[in-house]
Design a protein around this ligand. Structure first.
Ligand SMILES: [Zn+2]
Length: 382
């Protein structure tokens, strides 16, 4: 039933539209036009204004032909860099870029699949429940679109995001994450003339980081130091250094523990430097810990899982629940009481110039989503 040719064309059209984070106006215009042509009630919220982007999230509502609770379908409109001037190549059934940009299958494969499924429903007058399509901005730079989504415009309490690799998996577990920023304040001095008057902030931070256990802490916990900035010149003892990192875990207690360990490593490195001199109180540490996103943990008997599994079974396919170490818009929706299972579209090697997606996988995802919508309309697997 899926129109393979049209799906390929839609995908090609969408990836050719530049839409790096905060610059989604052009693609949003196209999507709004297509959704409006399908007689959806299309609106955009003010997330763009809040985050300093070009445009807001799209919320498109399709009235149901049957009365069941609404279901949400989510994908994001933005891409990472290098994402400008993408020229898709379709060779032996696989889409890739020319090699100097990403492809943008993350997440335009999802946009194309959702549009194709909606067209099929419209053309064939297929019965369906109320559908709420939410296309977000700026997912790739900290889930900013979802975090600033006007949730008053959404009424569904469950649904699906299409933003993963495996079309035969539904991601039901994702970690919580903390965002950490450390600033070590040392003291500047001429590195050649009076180094003894200085306190080297970079060295203190270096000791703190060297003392940390980074990377994989256990099967559900990770942490990372990702950015370090400091120093002005090689002949100045550096006065400040700023370090950014993150910690993630599927378990809140473990998240708190690994976060505390990172903070303690900095506290210790500063303390080990020796007591601060009384007049200037240096060195000292400033730090902030922010919850970046909250974990998702959808139980096996949740309708998101039963719908995905039943739909796959009807198509003679497997469907398994998956756990991820990454965060996605779904984490933010969870915080607002909306459980989203995250389904794969076949996208591979995301965020690299080797990114690709098989047309077959996009077709398979569209078939799955269509079957999910059919079951949803029957109130089955609920
Ligand atoms: Zn994505």
């Amino acid at each position: 039933m899926i129109n393979r040719e049209r799906l390929a064309q839609t995908f090609s059209r969408l990836v050719r539209i530049d839409s790096v984070s905060k610059e989604e106006k052009a693609i949003a215009n196209v999507l709004c036009e297509l959704l409006t042509a399908m007689e959806a009630d299309v609106a955009q919220d003010d997330a763009g204004v809040k985050i300093g982007g070009q445009t807001g999230n799209i919320i498109a509502k399709f009235k149901g032909t049957v009365t069941v609770p609404p279901m949400l379908l989510n994908a994001h409109m933005d891409t990472v860099e290098p994402g400008r001037g993408v020229e898709p190549i379709l060779e032996k059934g696989v889409f890739s870029s020319k090699g100097d940009t990403i492809l943008g299958a993350d997440d335009k494969s999802a946009l194309a699949v959702i549009l194709e499924v909606l067209w099929i429903i419209k053309e064939n007058n297929l019965p369906h429940g109320p559908l709420e399509v939410v296309f977000t901005v700026s997912e790739e730079i900290g889930l900013l679109g979802a975090k600033n989504l006007n949730f008053d415009m959404v009424s569904a309490t469950y649904g699906f995001a299409l933003d993963a690799t495996d079309p035969q998996g539904v991601v039901t577990r994702a970690p919580s994450a903390n965002y950490l920023v450390f600033t070590v304040h040392g003291k500047a001095a001429h590195a050649g003339a009076r180094p003894e008057n200085g306190i080297n902030a970079i060295q203190i931070a270096g000791k703190a980081i060297a003392d940390m256990k980074l990377g994989r802490i256990d099967h559900e916990t990770t942490c990372n130091i990702g950015i370090i900035e400091g120093g002005l010149a090689i002949n100045i003892v550096p006065e400040h250094v700023r370090v950014e990192g993150e910690a993630r875990s599927h378990d809140e207690d473990k998240l708190n523990k690994v976060t505390k360990d990172m903070v303690d490593a900095f506290k210790k490195a500063v303390a080990d430097h020796g007591a601060p001199s009384s007049d200037d109180n240096l060195p000292f540490l400033e730090f902030t810990v922010e919850k970046e996103f909250t974990r998702t943990n959808i139980p096996e008997n949740h309708r998101v899982v039963t719908l995905a599994k039943q739909a796959a079974a009807n198509l003679n396919r497997n469907m398994s629940c998956k756990s991820t170490g990454g965060g996605a818009d779904a984490n933010v929706f969870t915080q607002h009481g909306i459980d989203l299972g995250v389904i794969g579209t076949g996208m591979m090697d995301m965020h690299t110039v080797k990114e690709s997606v098989k047309l077959d996988d996009m077709v398979a995802t569209a078939e799955l989503l269509l079957e999910i919508i059919r079951l949803h309309a029957q109130g089955k697997a609920a």
